[in-house]
Design a protein around this ligand. Structure first.
Ligand code: UTP
Length: 289
């Protein structure tokens, strides 16, 4: 029987250099899309897939990410006194079950693989999801849930994938695929940030994963990969052939909020989904384009 998927690791220890100076003291994952920080979208997406335990891999200056999910007694009290019930509901949407959120430190950002390895005690012997909060998803069904369903069928590793333009393969982990039904593709190989002319395909890994705990031992070789970083992709590649490994084209849209243009597009897309904002946003957009 498959072990149920109940754990998620959210690495948030990166430097966010593409968003300086905004990210000088504020974590990138605290930047809001409309009115909710990226980290909260990710936690809500994981919850919608039945995840019950969360581990943030944080670094220096990232404590606000953990604080965000704590109680804010004073604020709650004041809102109650002023009968601001809508605001109170929004505040309460950040509540977590006691003991369900932990954080570990990655003191030096040595790479995504290293960040995941920092959560090794949390992962233990269980399958786990990884969400990179700067990949923001707009979908009817949580992407983690979509991956979890493929994990339940295959019993192995599943990563979210998307076609990218060939000239962009050097920004992503790229798949070498086997059997492919147009939705789920068997993974025969993985390569991190290949040059366009060397990429085995244009199917790239997006920031959602369901991985088996054995990946931790593979990261622990601490081999440096692309960019001199300890890459998760390299560790995952060593599981291929030993465990089932699939890529899933999830239904919905992903916005790269680690990139300025992607972040701005997400603001528009999410605002247009909001009944309280859609009309106003459409009207002002028409004035600019
Ligand atoms: P990015 O590649 O987007 O890097 O990391 P970054 O540092 O956040 O941003 P830029 O490129 O400098 O602007 C992808 C994800 O992996 C995490 C990041 O926090 C982000 O969620 N990460 C990356 C770590 O937690 N530790 C690392 O050592 C590297």
């Amino acid at each position: 029987m498959r072990k149920p998927l109940k754990k998620a690791v959210l690495p948030v220890a990166g430097l966010g250099t593409r968003f300086l100076p905004a990210t000088k003291v504020l974590a990138k994952e605290m930047l809001p899309v409309v009115d909710k920080p990226l980290i909260q979208y990710a936690i809500e997406e994981a919850r919608a897939a039945g995840i019950e335990q969360f581990c943030l891999v944080t670094g220096r200056g990232k404590t606000a990410l953990v604080e965000h999910f704590d109680l804010a007694y004073e604020l709650e009290h004041t809102l109650k006194e002023r009968a601001k019930t809508d605001a109170l509901d929004l505040l309460r949407s950040t509540a977590m079950a006691p003991g369900s959120l932990m954080s570990v430190r990655q003191q030096v950002p040595l790479g995504l693989g290293h960040a995941i390895w920092c959560a090794r005690a949390f992962v233990g012997d269980d399958p786990f999801a990884i969400l990179l909060p700067d990949d923001l998803v707009l979908a009817d069904v949580s992407w983690v849930k979509q991956l979890a369903e493929v994990y339940a069928e295959t019993g192995g590793n599943v990563v979210a994938v998307e076609e990218v333009p060939r000239e962009h393969t050097n920004r992503y982990g790229i798949l070498k695929t086997g059997k492919d039904d147009g939705r789920v593709a068997e993974v025969l190989g993985l390569v991190e940030k290949p040059k366009p002319e060397e990429a085995p395909s244009t199917l790239s890994i997006i920031g959602r994963y369901v991985l088996m705990p054995e990946v931790i031992a593979e990261i622990a070789r601490f081999e440096k990969g692309a960019g001199g970083e300890i890459q998760l992709t390299d560790a995952m590649a060593r599981l291929i052939g030993r465990q089932p490994f699939h890529g899933l084209r999830c239904q919905g849209r992903r916005f790269d909020c680690g990139d300025k243009a992607g972040f701005l597009e997400a603001q528009i897309a999410f605002a247009l989904k909001r009944p309280d904002l859609a009309g106003k946003v459409r009207a002002f957009l028409a004035r600019y384009v």
